[in-house]
Each structure stands twice: as structure tokens, then as C-alpha cells.
Design a protein around this ligand. Structure first.
Ligand code: PMT
Length: 406
């Protein structure tokens, strides 16, 4: 009964995969969840409200009010009631409306009112799934913290073969359990996460930087916060920031500023420190105070090393608490990562290789190996960054097991 006492709002949209919502509901109820179902009017063409009402043991909600007795179905109170809003199957139409804040039915208005985590399991034909409009909408939702259960590949209702099938109910139920069963395990812990790129000024209009978006670090910060930790993020100029309420974000620009802010935050006492930022290793020795003009000649710029934040924290670390670093490598990945783990005196290091498609900078997915100081390691296959974050935080929790809070 992993979902005992949990309130799950299940949104069903018009898709042939709606039949799978019946089994999904049974699985959630079997695990102890209370399930309320909202259907769009087209969803009723694919599965009957009677089936869903019987399996969920609750009346089905479709309209803003019940035409029979005038009872008002408040999207606001539904959004507040839920511990999770799961939309499965989610059609291309609904996903795009969610991305743009269109609220022309009960399912969508409730999405805009929901304060709980939201999970979406898309279902559609392969070309609709691959269409830039759908992909862009899913990207917008991901950046807002919505958990997307990637569609599976296989035979589709159209007879075509490809990616677009709604993931199987067992897999979706497992994701729901992993999302909902963890809150609270890090209550009372303080966590510090570094995120994003840094910018090293060359002159007032130019800088040296890198492609870090802040997605990986934000997913980790959100996961730590969801499990109850008080989280502070020191972030360079990223394109994505944590979405979990309560996560404190300290914005910095340069490696020097990130060093000062991170060392100061660590000094306040941290149980968990995750150094995920892509910090510049070099900075211009003498940035120009005015815009450097081109004169047709080559230009040489002297760079000096920045201070290594991870090494400084590792050198002055408290005995208790967990320090996790990252290593982004192009070659000799394992040796380099293990060397950083020991040189920087960390407890674990997360290696992502630039050789792996779909991993590293900017993308929504990552593929990593987590090395621990005791020699053990875990390969995490290509998954969404929130799922990789969950695996990283699981490792942190295991290492914290024997460690006292500060
Ligand atoms: O932000 P995304 O687009 O989601 O991409 C995620 C990511 C690829 C940036 C992330 O997963 C990642 O790999 N971050 C670390 C990138 C990096 O700088 O690796 P590194 O091998 O150069 O550094 C090793 C470790 O030392 C890192 O923990 C780094 O934060 C730290 N470091 C490096 C230099 C420095 N001056 N201070 C540091 O603390």
C-alpha cells in the first residue's frame, strides 16, 4: 500500500489509450490511493464514465457543474485536494493547451489551479508526437516542473509503428509511487546546490561561458525539496531555475561570485552539497573596462585559473554530511571522474560523458554513472533529468544514512 492516504486526480483526455486509464486506476486504488477522475467530453467517447466511476469509487467529473442537480465542481478545490494531478492519456491538444494556459474545460482549469506536482503521460500518433509544436509544448511543461512520462514505441492505433503509445499503466503507476512516496525523508536536512554556467567578462559586452542550462541542477534541487530538505541554490545565469516552492535561489554571474556565495552558504551548515554548476576553469586576467575595438590584428588574451569551489569545500569539509560533485568529460571519463572524486575530497561524483547522445548540456535527458568513494558505482541509463535527479538523491540518502545532521 505505497499510496495509502494519497489523493490522486486522474485527468483523461480523448485518446484511444483511454482504455488503459481503467487499469491505471485499479493499480492506484490497489496501492491505497483515493482517485478522483476528470474526463474531457471527448474522453467519454473512448471509455465510459460508468467504468471509471466504478473503478475509482467516485463520481466522474466532466463539466463545471452537474446538469442534473446543479452541483458545482470546483476546479480550485480539486486542485487543492490532490497530492498529484496525473493526466493519462494526455492528447496533443491538451498538452499544447496546458503549455499555453488555455482553460476551456474542467480538466484544464484544474491544471491551472493545481498546486500539487503534475504528471503527464502523452498518447498520440507518431507524427503528432514528433511534431515540433508538441515537442515544444512538452519542453515548456518540463521546464515548469511537470513530470512527463515519455511515450513508448510500438504499434499505434493508426496501424503505423513508432513512438507515441501511452506508456503501460504499470510503468506509470511505478512513476507515481516514486514521486509520491519520498516526501519527508529529508525533512530537517539543509541542502546546497550549485547550478548553471558562469560568465567571465572579457569586456563590458563580451564574456566566456558554456552551454549549461541549469536543468540538471534544478531537477536535483526540486527533488531534494520534495523530499523535505531546505534547499539553497547558487546559480549562474541559467535558462532554467528550480520550480519547487520554497527553494531559495541566490543568483551570481562569475566563477568568483559563485565561489564566494557557495563557500558562505556551506559555512552556514549543510547536510547535502551538490556541485552541479559548470564553473569556468579560467577567467580573463585583466578584463577591459571599455569595449575592445577590433583593429584587424590578432588578439591574445591572458587567462588565469578560477578558484575551484569543489576543492575548497572538500578541503574544509565537515566530517558529517554528503558532498556530491559532477564530472563532465570528453575522454578518459572514468579515470578523470575518479581522480576528481578523490582530489576534491567528495563522497560521490556523477559522471556525464559528452560522448553520450542525449546527455549533458541543455537537453532534457541525461545518462550518468554515479561513483561512490567506497568504490561502488551505479549506471543510470538515459532518462529524463528529474528521473536521474531521483537516482542521485537516492544515493545521497543512502550515504547520509550513517551521517548526523548539522
Ligand atoms: O545544466 P544542464 O544543461 O542541465 O547540464 C548539466 C551539466 C552537464 C552542466 C551537469 O550535469 C554537469 O556535468 N556539471 C559539471 C560540469 C563541470 O564543470 O564539470 P567539471 O568536470 O569541469 O568539474 C568537476 C566538478 O568541479 C564539478 O562538480 C564542478 O561543479 C566543480 N568545479 C569546477 C570548477 C570550479 N572552478 N569549481 C568547481 O566547483
Amino acid at each position: 500500500m505505497q499510496l495509502k492516504g494519497k489523493h490522486i486526480l486522474l485527468g483523461i483526455t480523448g485518446s484511444i489509450a483511454a482504455y488503459k486509464a481503467a487499469l491505471l486506476t485499479r493499480l492506484l486504488v490497489k496501492e491505497g490511493a483515493e482517485v478522483k477522475v476528470i474526463m474531457t467530453s471527448s474522453a467519454r467517447q473512448f471509455i465510459t464514465p460508468l467504468t471509471m466511476a466504478t473503478l475509482s469509487r467516485n463520481p466522474i467529473l466532466v463539466e463545471f457543474f452537474d446538469p442534473e442537480n446543479g452541483q458545482w465542481n470546483s476546479h480550485v478545490s480539486l486542485g487543492l485536494w490532490a497530492d498529484l494531478y496525473l493526466i493519462a492519456p494526455a492528447s496533443a491538444n491538451t498538452i499544447s493547451k496546458m503549455a499555453y494556459g488555455i482553460a476551456d474545460n474542467l480538466l484544464l482549469t484544474t491544471y491551472l489551479s493545481a498546486r500539487c506536482p503534475v504528471m503527464v503521460a502523452p498518447a498520440m500518433d507518431l507524427d503528432m508526437y514528433a511534431h515540433p509544436a508538441t515537442q515544444q509544448s512538452m519542453k515548456v511543461l518540463r521546464e515548469r516542473g511537470v513530470r512527463i512520462v515519455e511515450a513508448a514505441s510500438g504499434e499505434l492505433a493508426s496501424g503505423l509503428d513508432g513512438k507515441g503509445r501511452m506508456e503501460e499503466p504499470e510503468k506509470i503507476a511505478a512513476e507515481v509511487m516514486s514521486l509520491l512516496r519520498k516526501p519527508g525523508t529529508l525533512t530537517g536536512r539543509r541542502a546546497l546546490v550549485t547550478s548553471g554556467p558562469t560568465r567571465e567578462a572579457i569586456d563590458p559586452v563580451r564574456f566566456i561561458s558554456n552551454h549549461s542550462s541549469g536543468k540538471m541542477a534544478s531537477a536535483i534541487a526540486d527533488e531534494l525539496a520534495r523530499r523535505g530538505a531546505a534547499v539553497t541554490v547558487v546559480s549562474g545565469p541559467a535558462s532554467v531555475y528550480p520550480s519547487c516552492p520554497g527553494v531559495e535561489v541566490r543568483k551570481v554571474i562569475s566563477a568568483g561570485e559563485m565561489y564566494e556565495a557557495t563557500v558562505e552558504e556551506y559555512g552556514k551548515g549543510c547536510d547535502i552539497t551538490v556541485l552541479c554548476a559548470a564553473v569556468a576553469d579560467f577567467t580573463p586576467a585583466c578584463p577591459s573596462g571599455t569595449k575592445i575595438k577590433k583593429d584587424g590584428n590578432r588578439m591574445t588574451m591572458e587567462l588565469v585559473p578560477t578558484k575551484d569551489i569543489a576543492a575548497a569545500i572538500g578541503a574544509h569539509r565537515r566530517r558529517e554530511g554528503v558532498i556530491a560533485g559532477f564530472a563532465l568529460e570528453t575522454d578518459h571519463a572514468r579515470e578523470n571522474a575518479l581522480s576528481k572524486l578523490s582530489r576534491k575530497n567528495m563522497d560521490m561524483i556523477v559522471l556525464n560523458s559528452m560522448q553520450d547522445p542525449g546527455a549533458g548540456f541543455g537537453v532534457d535527458t541525461n545518462k550518468v554513472t554515479i561513483f561512490r568513494r567506497d568504490g561502488s558505482f551505479q549506471d543510470v541509463p538515459l532518462e529524463s533529468k528529474p528521473e536521474v535527479a531521483s537516482a542521485i538523491v537516492d544515493n545521497i540518502e543512502q550515504l547520509l544514512g550513517g551521517s548526523e545532521g548539522c
